[in-house]
Write a protein that binds this ligand. Structure first.
Ligand code: GLN
Length: 493
């Protein structure tokens, strides 16, 4: 049997369309790889039968000469934050354990329509809160990468860590992710893959378990820029069921890919040269600028003066929205119910939440209710919203001088699991470069740049103007073509 697990989205869909191999062979190959990789703990639930069913439908459609979808025959992993009809959806929480939706999220429905099959539901940080995939009720996800000379399990990043681990380990050619403050970009950077968070509103949030609604965006994670372009095209589009969905046509991002950067200006934000950033990361950033110059771009320095306030503002706005969104988990409507003997309604709420939410989720809910409470609302929440506007204005001003912004994705490479558990602040700092684009709702992508001396991947981030995913993807392609990133994790699982 041919092993298809090194194939990406484009190779699979083109090969299936050309009749070089069947969608079923591909699905079987990935199902086997998924099953053999249980040590990574990337999946909460596997659905091999769904992958086969979709593959058979594609093969049958092809045999009849029907027009195939843009991802026909590509089996993917689905982050377990997307509601999937008839398949358990948990957001990696105990409180939603056993919850089987009777509906399909818009994004996943679009992917099935495009011809994808589902390999399973991917593990994540609980309710997408985390940067290391250690807050899942279903256990940590291990990165397929290891630091040279050690066998310590490394973090695949978070919250889309099941997605990043699966794609990097080649047990899925691509996966969905969601990004509230870096959850697509940071795990992509940690595992040497690509991931793009589109402009806020491009992908419908309908049927995606809400964390912070004004920030949450879905996006693709895959091993190449072109695979991300294809998959984003399948995921995006106006949805009347999401009131913040962008009513705009979806461009042909794949068709529009062009790595020629002549006439483009690339901004280097000077405030991103922060203390605590690894030298290897700063070096890769310089390299990235060189690559884009080589592609024809002009490099200019830009200023984003409110950068240092972005992360603190995010940790007020996101928990505030989360505390409100998570109020729906009360033991009445979904999943877990803890009803102690003789308890009243309030006791049931309290017992269900105490048992059903993990520590990080409780920390966010407490932070959120605090900053929204009478007396503190203006001091914290209103201030944070003002900072958010200032961060947005910084980008508006910067984009008068440049077309895209180049920055590191993260301040450090991946770290060993369990090494930052007692240090939430350092954990939160993982997203220091990612959060500003989230607060401003801008498209942003991470592309693999290089590996460190001890063999860990590093990513570069490109941020674009609102709606300019094409500009972001094109700069990503220019980097990808020059970075020559071919490193692969050595198989130990
Ligand atoms: N790591 C950030 C947090 O914990 C971002 C998470 C995300 O983007 N979902 O909030």
């Amino acid at each position: 049997m041919t092993d298809f697990t090194n194939f990406g989205v484009r190779e699979i869909r083109d090969g299936v369309a050309a009749g070089d191999f069947s969608a079923r062979e591909v699905a079987e190959s990935f199902n086997t790889a998924v099953e053999a990789a249980s040590e990574l703990n990337a999946f909460i639930v596997t659905t091999p039968e769904k992958a086969l069913e979709a593959a058979d439908a594609v093969d049958a459609a092809r045999a009849k000469g029907e027009v195939l979808g843009s991802m026909a025959g590509v089996p993917i992993g689905m982050k377990d934050l997307f509601a999937t009809d008839g398949v358990q959806t948990t957001a990696a929480s105990h409180i939603l354990e056993g919850f089987i939706p009777r509906y399909e999220s818009t994004v996943s429905a679009k992917l099935w329509e495009a011809g994808c099959g589902m390999l399973g539901k991917l593990n994540l940080d609980q309710f997408a809160m985390g940067s290391s995939n250690e807050t899942s009720y279903f256990g940590n996800v291990a990165s397929p990468w290891r630091k040279e000379g050690t066998n310590a399990a490394m973090s695949p990043g978070g919250s889309s860590g099941g997605s990043s681990a699966a794609v990097a380990a080649r047990i899925a050619p691509a996966a969905t992710g969601t990004d509230t403050g870096g959850s697509i970009r940071q795990p992509a950077a940690f595992t040497g893959i690509c991931g793009i968070k589109p402009t806020y509103g491009r992908c419908s949030r309908w049927g995606v378990v809400a964390f912070a609604s004004s920030l949450d965006q879905a996006g693709p994670m895959a091993r190449s820029v072109e695979d991300c372009a294809i998959m984003l095209g399948a995921m995006a589009g106006f949805d009347p069921k999401d009131s913040t969905s962008l009513d705009a046509p979806v461009p042909d991002w794949f068709g529009g890919l062009d790595a020629d950067m002549r006439g483009k200006r690339v901004g280097i934000p000077k405030e991103y040269r922060m203390e605590g950033t690894d030298q290897a990361i700063l070096d890769s950033w310089d390299k990235g600028a060189e690559w884009l110059r080589d592609a024809g771009a002009e490099i200019v320095e830009v200023s984003l003066p409110h950068t240092k306030y972005a992360l603190p503002a995010y940790y007020i706005v996101a928990p505030a929205e989360a505390s409100s969104n998570l109020a729906r988990y009360d033991g009445v409507r979904y999943g877990l119910r803890d009803l102690p003997e003789g308890a009243g309604l309030q006791d049931m709420y309290a017992a269900t939440r105490a048992a059903g939410f993990g520590d990080e989720v409780k920390r966010r809910v407490m932070l959120g209710t605090y900053v929204l409470s009478a007396g503190f609302y203006d001091a914290y929440y209103t201030q944070a919203m003002k900072v958010r506007t200032l961060v947005q204005r910084d980008f508006d001003a910067a984009f008068e001088q440049c077309d895209v912004i180049l920055a590191p994705t993260t301040p450090t490479p991946s770290f060993p699991l369990n090494s930052l558990n007692d240090d939430p602040l350092t954990m939160y700092l993982n997203d220091v470069f990612a959060v500003p684009a989230s607060l401003a709702g801008l498209p942003a992508m991470s592309v693999p740049a290089t590996v460190t001396e001890d063999g860990l991947p590093l990513g570069l981030q490109i941020v674009g103007r609102a709606m300019d995913e094409q500009g972001v993807l094109n700069a990503g392609l220019a980097i990808e073509q020059r970075a020559g990133f071919t490193a692969k994790p050595e198989k130990w699982w």
